[in-house]
Design a binder for this molecule. Sequence first.
Ligand code: FES
Length: 117
Amino acid sequence: MASRMREQCANMTKMIPVAPVDVLPPGSRLHFELEEESVIVLNVDGNYYCIADLCTHDGGPLEDGEVVDCQIECPRHGARFDVRTGKVTRLPATDPIPVFAVKVENGIIFVEEPDPW
Ligand code: FES
């Protein structure tokens, strides 16, 4: 069914439907495997973001990381990343994490198809 719901945006980026908005209230997150890549979709104060579930410091998962002020903290060694841009905001990571576009249409959250990383 998901493949039938896929669509092309005006800029030809493939957007994949992942969930209805009511399953992702503010402060929550969902983990997905999209095109064989692990991503996390977060609702931070009513805004949706999608990031790779992969810390660039040592490959740890970010899924259970605490989110404060739009930053997610890696549970392993404490690196932080801005979920809006992927930029590192605290060491020991030095490289950004991939982020993906998110849109909401007709109550459904869509995520940009991830490129392999
Ligand atoms: S694996 Fe994330 S900070 Fe080390």
